[in-house]
Ligand binder design. Structure first.
Ligand SMILES: [Zn+2]
Length: 420
């Protein structure tokens, strides 16, 4: 979609990407489903849907406003058309918006969450609550932007969902919204909170691979369903603010209301880093595209960690760099920029404790992939392998030693081999 492409922006040295002023990253359906499930587990389905759709609404509103402005779209019909075309470009499926000034309905097909949930779990689990909170928030924001309504005045509920074995997803947009569009975490926020790019070990190799991967993923197009399939996963170009707001709002609610389970929920959001690295980094490493770009992965821990660090940069996760790597023993990974800390600082202020859960746990997963996977054997990256690597056999401890959410210069995690 030309309009989306014209809005692409980056802070290339910091490995961050933006649509207009909205930060975006590439994440796969395994990560997305796990992340949303964690919000559900923490808050219960109903409250979770409200938190997720509100975060989606806030993140989407700014992107849609940028899009409409850059296209000089004046009429509601033009604006709704732009919103309808943007969602498939992001790999989120198709959503027909049948809304007017005071609300209306929307109908989704192949929506990323519901569709991929059904494909991953549908034959084993019966789902009874809708999965497409992101699309719901998008629908509310798109209607507000289309009709110049006060930002945050609408809300949207999903009544039927493909994940619950309905034919399509149906939504109702109505008044009574509570999204807050007062503060916004955009490109300019990132520029305030990130640090100059660090130079890590194997910097030239990491930089070169990341550049090749950035070019590759930027060229990926969605299919006729509005989905993006690649590296054995469904990929989204997703708004980073959605992940941050859902994770941090959830953790803060738990800290206030059920402080005793805070650590469990923090660990679950951290585990999403394992899920991402296993399926996305692993899928990329095992792909023919990677072989063409870099060569086949070898059973060499250092080269796997170098590759994973480059992949993180290539997907827009920020400027991750290797400060120290001792195969079999230890990894010190730093990030002078990432997509977690700027959001936290802008929305919630300075944290008392480190909070880059995704970054820290991804580093641990790098070490597990580097030491426990036989890459020359061409492993099947399926749930069975995930369970064996990350549920019963995770031999690495981690410590978040520095964190920009706390005001430190960089984010830093130290991963060490767990003593028997
Ligand atoms: Zn749905």
């Amino acid at each position: 979609m030309k309009q989306m492409r014209s809005l692409l922006a980056a802070l290339p040295d910091d490995d961050l990407t933006f649509l207009g002023s909205s930060p975006y990253v590439y994440h796969c359906h395994h990560f997305n489903l796990f992340h949303d499930q964690t919000v559900d587990d923490a808050l219960g389905n109903e409250q979770a849907f409200a938190v997720k759709s509100r975060a989606a609404h806030e993140a989407s509103w700014h992107l849609l406003a940028d899009l409409v402005k850059s296209a000089d779209a004046v009429t509601p019909a033009e604006r709704l058309e732009i919103a309808a075309a943007a969602l498939p470009w992001m790999g989120h499926g198709r959503l027909a918006l049948l809304t007017e000034k005071h609300g209306g309905t929307a109908r989704g097909e192949y929506l990323h969450y519901g569709f991929s949930w059904q494909e991953k779990y549908g034959s084993r689990v019966r789902r009874r609550h809708p999965a497409d909170a992101f699309a719901a928030g998008w629908a509310a924001a798109a209607t507000e932007v289309a009709y110049d309504l006060p930002p945050g005045s609408l809300r949207c509920r999903e009544h039927a969902c493909f994940a619950c074995r309905e034919a399509a997803c149906t939504f109702e947009v109505e008044g009574g919204g509570d999204a807050n569009l007062d503060t916004y975490v955009g490109k300019e926020t990132f520029e305030r909170f990130i640090s100059p790019a660090t130079v890590g070990q194997n910097e030239d190799t990491v930089r070169k691979i990341a550049a090749g991967l950035k070019d590759f993923v930027a060229g990926i197009e969605s299919d006729e369903r509005g989905l993006v399939q690649g590296f054995g996963v469904y990929v989204t170009r997703h708004l980073a603010n959605y992940y941050d707001q859902t994770a941090y709002d959830t953790i803060h609610m738990i800290e206030r209301e059920k402080p005793r389970v805070t650590e469990v929920i923090e660990e679950l959001f951290g585990e999403s880093g394992h899920v991402c690295v296993f399926y996305t980094c692993g899928g990329i490493l095992a792909s023919p595209e990677w072989e063409a770009l870099v060569g086949p992965p070898e059973n060499d821990p250092e080269s796997i960690v170098v590759s994973c660090t480059a992949i993180a940069r290539g997907l827009g996760f920020g400027h991750w760099s290797i400060a120290e790597m001792v195969p079999g023993e230890r990894l010190v990974l730093q990030a002078s920029s990432n997509y977690e800390a700027p959001f936290y600082r802008e929305r919630y202020g300075k944290s008392e404790k480190p909070r880059c859960y995704f970054f820290a746990n991804a580093a641990r997963a790098f070490m597990q992939l580097a030491h426990k996977v036989d890459w020359q054997e061409r492993p099947q990256l399926d749930d069975a392998l995930y369970q064996s690597l990350f549920k019963s056999n995770l031999g690495w401890d981690l410590e978040m030693t520095r964190c920009q959410t706390r005001g430190d210069e960089v984010n830093e995690v130290v991963v060490t081999r767990r003593k028997a």
